[in-house]
Design a binder for this molecule. Structure first.
Ligand code: NDP
Ligand code: 2IT
Length: 450
């Protein structure tokens, strides 16, 4: 349809060189075609043009001093994308690949993901092109403090509430929070993913991985199938991957792979979760160290991956959970998964499957859970953390976990019913995009042209 092409052309002109952002926008626009046809008010109110332009984008210099006394400079971002449903909410990513296009794609996804949770949160994202690898703890602290020296003036518990993403976990949230508190002299719930010692919520650490597996359970239920005994491929070895693996084991499944940017581990008897946590959470180590304990496992370095693909997806399994980064699962990988009989794909990461890989899953009627639905458990639990902070309450692990399970089931039901309503019963991409879009667009209309 013309409006998709026109919108992307305009974005290419006004926001050049942001390919991941165009990809995320195109994915949503293609799904919402039927509803745009149906409801003229979306066009009259220029909802698409407003949705693709963030409400505010902040870019800033982050100067800091490394352990050798050298001054380093990074580029920091916070994109406050849409506040129709609530305060801007979304993570911070510290990775050398971060640029304006990456943050905008993540912020755009976040708007619809947050809407799908049914909770009162708008969408935003931030980060920096800072590479945490090889940095000392003191360097991480100084970087976080410098980052917050600018960010603090833009955020607040009812304005914008950042959290973690790639390269930002509990340690970074601690340093960021400490500096915020020092600058404003208030103990605000201004960040989520805080330590449970000082205002964090139980289950936030586990929430994205657990939530993705709860979503997978919904897909299996739809097929009168059961997760117990399923062989699973997981990519990534960070927060999302680790807790997806943990929940898979708790439900009787068998995860046999994980990966980091250096390579992939395949362990036929099942990934050793305690060892993985020790390498990644305690020692900040590299995945090849896994072989020091399990020489029977296979390690494939990145250089030996198949052309145009990732070796994780070349193993046989029933369920695949990409949990590392965007566009990590290509069309060739999708073909390999289909040939090996994989029937369920659930995205723990944001936009991990390329557009052509997604097309292949949909064409082949594979049960596919798109990231903005399947990985929403993290941000949903962040909102539960905000709710606990605002009401000065503290819920138990089981209380939060039960709420998370309900939220994931509701997201799945909402996406599925919407897909049925628009006559594409098994297409959860379409269902999730329309369900999220409707909530945001209707709220924007009710709030006038702002
Ligand atoms: P972490 O930093 O904890 O872990 C990221 C993992 O992915 C690491 O194993 C990392 O390897 C690998 N990885 C990252 N970038 C690349 C790359 N360019 N190529 C290959 N491997 C890479 O991040 P999270 O687990 O928190 O995030 C993973 C994904 O999940 C991201 O897409 C994120 O946006 C998404 N997500 C996260 C949520 C959360 O609550 N944390 C919520 C919802 C989505 P290495 O260490 O070698 O770089
Ligand atoms: O992509 C995501 O949803 C996140 N990184 C979590 C955001 C949050 O605010 O918890």
């Amino acid at each position: 349809m013309a409006f998709i092409k026109d919108t992307i052309e305009q974005l290419k002109f006004s926001s050049p060189a942001q390919s991941e952002f165009y990809q995320a926008v195109e994915d949503v626009l293609e799904s919402i075609e039927p509803i745009i046809e149906e409801r003229p008010k979306y066009r009259e109110q220029a909802i698409i043009q407003r949705l693709v332009e963030p409400e505010r984008q902040i870019m800033f210099r982050v100067p800091w001093v490394d352990d050798n006394g050298q001054v380093q400079v990074n580029k920091g971002y916070r994109v406050e994308f849409n506040s129709a449903l609530g305060p801007y909410k979304g993570g911070l990513r510290f990775h050398p690949s971060v640029n304006a296009g990456i943050i905008k794609f993540l912020g755009f996804e976040q708007v619809f993901k947050n809407a799908l949770t049914g909770l009162p949160i708008g969408g935003g994202k931030g980060g920096a092109n800072f590479d945490p690898k090889g940095k000392s703890d003191a360097e991480i602290m100084r970087f976080c403090q410098s980052f917050m020296n600018e960010l603090y003036r833009h955020i607040g518990p009812t304005t914008d509430v950042p959290a973690g993403d790639i390269g930002v976990g509990g340690r970074e949230i601690g340093y960021l929070f400490g500096q915020y508190k020092r600058l404003v002299n208030r103990f605000d719930g201004v960040l989520t993913g805080k330590s449970t010692l000082w205002g964090g919520s139980f289950v936030r650490t586990q929430a994205t991985g657990y939530g993705a597996v709860y979503f997978a359970q919904c897909l299996l239920d739809d097929n009168d199938d059961n997760i117990s005994g399923k062989r699973c491929l997981v990519s990534g070895a960070g927060n999302v991957a680790i807790y997806a693996i943990e929940k898979l084991y708790q439900l009787g499944a068998k995860p046999v792979t994980c990966s980091d940017s250096g390579g992939t581990i395949y362990h036929e008897q099942g990934i050793d979760l305690d060892l993985l946590k020790q390498i990644k959470e305690e020692n900040n180590g590299r995945l090849y160290e896994y072989l020091d304990t399990h020489s029977e496992a296979e390690y494939t370095p990145r250089d030996d991956y198949p052309k145009d693909g990732h070796c994780v997806w070349r193993y046989q399994a029933d369920l695949a959970l990409p949990c590392a980064t965007q566009n990590e699962l290509t069309e060739k990988d999708a073909q390999a998964l289909l040939e090996n009989g994989c029937r369920y794909i659930v995205e723990g990461a944001n936009m991990p499957c390329t557009q052509s890989a997604v097309d292949l899953f949909i064409e082949n009627n594979i049960s596919y859970g798109p990231g903005k639905a399947a990985n929403a458990g993290g941000v949903a639990t962040s909102q539960l953390e905000m709710a606990q902070n605002a009401s000065m309450q503290r819920w138990t692990f089981d209380e939060v976990d039960t709420k998370l399970q309900h939220i994931m089931r509701n997201i799945h039901r909402d996406a599925k019913r919407t897909a049925e309503e628009f006559n594409h019963p098994s297409n959860l991409v379409l269902g999730a995009n329309i369900a999220g879009f409707r909530k945001v667009a209707d709220a924007m209309i009710q709030q006038g042209v702002v």
